[in-house]
Ligand binder design. Structure first.
Ligand code: MN
Length: 507
């Protein structure tokens, strides 16, 4: 993989490069002999994912963990080995990705369920970098999905569209969200995909000439007004987002104004507003289409000025104006923010007094806000759902439990019978006590007996959910009644019995 470093536009320090190379060598040996469905060596997958990740977030530990992300699941390599060879940070990230692999979308169209799953995904990640790795992993799998059998393709594409793309969106990583959406839309609904693509191509073919003219005119006007800018480019809407919009506008494409948008990259925030003014001086704006996402960024941190204007033939164009930092944020989201923080570069997008809006949005899932921007780096490692534990059945069903919940709570949340017949449990594949507390993302397998379990008062102490507690209480009450009944019968038969404990005498 000689071109690994060439593919990532970032200057790594010598020590960083050495560590990444060591990881590449290690992964190559560990995955030796394993093949992908395409016939390629398996290691090509984590390497490609790491390059994708490095392009938006060239952080050494994260790149190393991406190269190692399938290693504990697919090879004999142990977590301890990773700690010893590459340090705790890398090993923890790999562990996080492995756990996150258990969060799967089952066949459900229930929006509440899907939303819960997305939350689960965020909660399990703890460290945002784990999500970035998982997204890069999925992006590469989607790019190479044609090698899989049809039914598997559909399952993965559905999951990508429902879970991964929205998460990329919430993290503000526009480039990944767009690509994930289009790749999976093509598989989930190939007919609609082709149709939308055709509609778009037709509309654009019509307007090729006017697009060129508009671009020329815009740059001439800005030059004449003495405004320097970095770039003007025209782009068409992505297939999936056009499809979603068409659905809202009764398939009438003439009502969709942003199918072709010009993007002007300005040199400063002040220039953005100046450019908007100049454009409105020369072109008639479409009423109600001016949006100031600089003053009021979107929840995921997106900043830009949007307007739609009529050209001299009365055709509508959308124009987006932003600085290159805003553009970076739009493409790379959370990764760009973090990266600029790390590099100590001034982050212009935060001067507006809107620190990391995407982050506040994430936190608002938990109804918490971050007031201190200095906590920024630390807070990336935050557990988004402090008061909830999300644990999984071996099949990947998500159980949402209060913090401090035990195996007992988990068993009753799956099914009350499972609680009543429980004899033990495995957590993440290891035998554990039923009283043990669960942790975020644990995979819990409940072991059953044929006879009802001997439930005692210790169960009540370990149960946190009212659901489990009410079942246990009911059992204990009936059990007590049974004992009292038995004692009475023995008395009738005049059999000597020891004095009853005080609890039973109360009856
Ligand atoms: Mn993978």
């Amino acid at each position: 993989m000689g071109n690994f470093f060439i593919s990532i536009p970032h200057k790594f320090k010598t020590a960083e490069k050495a560590l990444i190379q060591k990881v590449i060598d290690f992964a190559t040996v560990a995955h030796q002999g394993q093949k992908r469905k395409s016939g390629e060596d398996f290691v090509s997958h984590p390497l490609a994912a790491a390059i994708t990740l490095g392009q938006i977030f060239p952080d050494t530990a994260t790149i190393c963990a991406t190269i190692l992300h399938d290693i504990t699941e697919d090879t004999e390599t142990k977590h301890e080995t990773l700690i010893k060879e590459f340090g705790k940070e890398v090993a923890e990230l790999v562990d996080g990705v492995t756990k996150l692999g258990h969060v799967r979308l089952r066949n459900s169209k229930d929006e509440y369920y899907v939303e819960n799953l997305r939350k689960m995904f965020v909660a399990t990640s703890k460290d945002v970098r784990v999500m970035l790795i998982k997204l890069a992993d999925r992006l590469h799998n989607m790019r190479t999905i044609e090698h899989l059998p049809k039914d598997k393709q559909e399952k993965i594409a559905t999951e990508t569209l429902e879970m991964y793309a929205p998460i990329a969106g919430r993290l503000g990583i526009g480039a990944w969200k767009d690509e994930l959406e289009d790749l999976s839309f093509k598989i989930v609904d190939s007919k609609a995909y082709e149709e939308t693509k055709r509609i778009l191509a037709e509309r654009i073919a019509d307007r090729q000439q006017s697009i060129k003219e508009m671009q020329k005119e815009l740059s001439t006007i800005l030059h004449l007004e003495g405004i320097k800018f970095q770039d003007i480019s025209g782009r068409t809407k992505r297939i999936y987002s056009l499809f979603k919009k068409l659905e809202r506008y009764e398939n009438d494409i003439t009502k969709i104004y942003d199918k072709i948008a010009f993007r002007i990259i300005a040199k400063s925030t002040a220039d953005c507003y100046a450019i908007l003014g100049i454009i409105h001086k020369h072109f008639q704006p479409v009423p109600g289409r001016v949006k100031d996402f600089i003053a009021t960024p979107k929840p995921n941190g997106y900043q830009s000025l949007h307007t739609s204007v009529f050209d001299k033939d009365g055709k509508v164009f959308e124009i987006q104006i932003r600085t290159d930092l805003m553009h970076e944020t739009a493409e790379r989201g959370i990764a760009a923010h973090w990266f600029y923080e790390e590099q100590g570069k001034p982050d212009e997008t935060r001067v507006t007094g809107q620190p990391a809006t995407w982050f506040k949005e994430l936190r608002s899932w938990q109804e918490e806000t971050v007031n201190n921007p200095d906590e920024f780096l630390e807070s990336l490692r935050v557990d988004f759902f402090k008061d909830r534990i999300f644990a999984l059945t071996p099949k990947g069903d998500v159980k949402d439990l209060p913090a401090g919940a035990s195996v007992i709570d988990f068993a009753f949340s799956v099914h009350s019978d499972l609680g009543m017949f429980m004899m033990g449990a495995k957590i993440n594949g290891k035998m554990r006590k039923i009283y043990d507390e669960l942790h975020q993302g644990d995979v819990v397998e409940i072991l059953k007996t044929k006879k009802p379990a001997t439930i005692n008062r210790d169960w009540l102490a370990a149960a946190k959910t009212s659901h489990a507690r009410s079942h246990i209480r009911k059992y204990l009450a009936e059990n007590d009644k049974g004992i009292i009944q038995r004692v009475r019968e023995l008395r009738v038969q005049n059999i000597r019995i020891p004095k009853l404990p005080r609890f039973f005498r109360k009856q």
